[in-house]
Structure formats: C-alpha cells, structure tokens
Write a protein that binds this ligand. Sequence first.
Ligand SMILES: Nc1ncnc2c1ncn2[C@@H]1O[C@H](COP(=O)(O)OP(=O)(O)OP(=O)(O)O)[C@@H](O)[C@H]1O
Ligand SMILES: [Mg+2]
Length: 329
Amino acid sequence: MIEAKHLSKSFGPVHAVNDLSLNVNAGEIYGLVGSDGAGKTTTLRLLVGALKADAGEIAVCGFDVRRQGEQARANIGYLSQRFSLYEDLTVLENIRFFAELRGLRRDEWLPRCMELLDFVGLANFKDRRAGQLSGGMKQKLGLATALVTRPRVLLLDEPTTGVDPVTRQDFWQLVIRIASPSSRSPLPLFPSSERKRGKGAVARPAEGEEGIAVLLTTPYMDEASRCHRVGFMRGGRIIAEGAPSELRAMLDGRIVEARGAALPDLRRAAAGLDGVEDVRAFGDKLHLRVSPGRAGTVIRSLSEALPAARIEARPVPPTLEDVFIALAS
Ligand SMILES: Nc1ncnc2c1ncn2[C@@H]1O[C@H](COP(=O)(O)OP(=O)(O)OP(=O)(O)O)[C@@H](O)[C@H]1O
Ligand SMILES: [Mg+2]
C-alpha cells in the first residue's frame, strides 16, 4: 500500500530524510520511532505529497505520488503532528468541514460523520466546541477527520503524544480496528475484527483479506511494541527495522538487571566495569547493556566491586527501549 524507495529530502545542509526505503502492507501497523529531529515528520510529509522529495520514488496504493498525486492522496488519511481544529466550531462542524473539503456531498457527510464520531466515542459530544475538548478527545476527533474519506492508507504523526495512558489505550484499540480487514467496508469497523491475539501482539489479517495500512510515529515504546513492524530512524535513515520480537532479539543475552545496593553506588560500580556499554535506571533497578558474551563476567565483577552489598544481578529479556537506546547511542 505504501512503497517508498530511496527517498531523500534536505533542508539546506540538513539531510532530514536520507536514502530511506519503506513498505507498509495492507492490514499492517508500522511504527516509525526515533528521537527529535530524526526525520519522521518529514517522511510522512513526503508520503502524503506535502513536500517534494529531492530523490526517490513513492507509490501509495499503486499511484505515483509525484505524477498521480491526486489519486494517491485520495487514498490517504493524514493526521499531522500539529493538526489544528477550529476551536470555535463544534465537534460535528469540524468534521463536517473536513468532509466537505474532501468533496463529500451533503447526503454523504452527515451519516459518515456520525458513524465516525460514534466510532471514536465522541457522538455524545458532537455539539461541544472543539476548544472545550480534552487533549485525548481532540486527537480522537483528528483521527475521525482523517478517516472521513475511507482511506486505504492512514498516516498518523505522534497521534498520542501528551495524551493520558488510558486514552492512549482507547486510541490504540481504534487503530487496531482500523487496520484489521473487516473494518474496510463499511468503515468503521466492528467487533468481528476482534480476533484472538497473542499477548500484547496485534493480529495480522489472514491471507486474502485486505486491511488498511497504518503508518504512525510514536515516542512511546509500549506503543512501538504493539506495531507489527517498527523502523528505528536516526539522521534521516531507518537504521533497524523488524517485528518488535526481532528487534529485541538483537540484544539477547546483553541486558543485565541489577539491584541490591543504593542506585548511585551501583551505577558507579557498574559503569567502571569492563564489558559494560551502558547503564540506565529502570525504576528501582539498573539495566546494564554488556558486550556480547560478557554477561557472566560482568555479574561476577559487580559483586566483587561491592563486597559489602548483596547484589542481585541476572540477564533479562531486552525491552524495545533497551534496543532503542542501544541504536541511538
Ligand atoms: N521545513 C523545514 N525547514 C527546515 N528544516 C526542517 C524543516 N522541517 C524539518 N526540518 C529539519 O529536518 C530534520 C528532521 O525533522 P522532522 O520534523 O522530520 O523530525 P521528527 O523526527 O519528526 O522530529 P520530532 O520527533 O521532533 O517531531 C530536523 O533537523 C528539522 O529541524
Ligand atoms: Mg515530528
């Protein structure tokens, strides 16, 4: 559904996007993760045709974004990082505005808008001024507006940043339903798509079923873990890509969790050890990233370095955050 090849975009001397290639399939939720300025927003703006690439090719639903921009865009729903609502208009007026802008006729927009407001849980708030919505409600309204045209590709730029954890969960349930194939017609989307899922994982559509391709950016690692695939961006490039489990496997055996002494003492002792690449606090424990094959020696040396303490240290399964920190450093 999204096929980008060797995309580049510079702003003066800044290579915001640098030879980036990316595919997202129907029914797939792909997460772009990276620190501030990594190039995530620029990538999405290139895909939607809001910016012109210096080099590279993009096809959305088979349409070349450069030569068939209108057809490509007709298939895209885009929620930009700093999208704004008309605060003085009501919820319904806001979504109506987007619907009319995208060419929906009068007899089409009302049922469609009500269906979407119902879907995102805002039907009861349709007459409230957008300026009086909570942050999470605004994001849900933004999502509803991005869905007005029944897009086959959905681009969401940090849709949950600054939103409370419970509302983030709600938002994710919506995204999962959008991506799942039975949601295609008519959108939205109902519990027939709620299939059995593995722990924390999102079900992929069965072969032959077509869902919506969702590409989103997020600063939250718990959200990245919920994507089918994740791309880590740095300096305009995707430096690692894969299913969350594949990415975590990159650090198998290399994360040691330690506790048993005051954290500052533990940190000081750990940081000085041979084979320790990084030390981070994870709640009341430390996570040490060790060089390949060094977990055993590091655990022994740590106890020797703090003989008066009862150090508990053991290798633990890496988290996506461990992987992200390793890739970012
Ligand atoms: N319109 C622009 N003019 C000049 N420089 C820009 C422009 N847009 C982006 N940049 C630069 O390109 C780089 C990538 O920016 P981009 O907004 O794509 O990053 P991002 O990964 O979305 O960051 P964030 O997590 O902060 O949203 C940054 O160095 C940014 O300053
Ligand atoms: Mg951004």
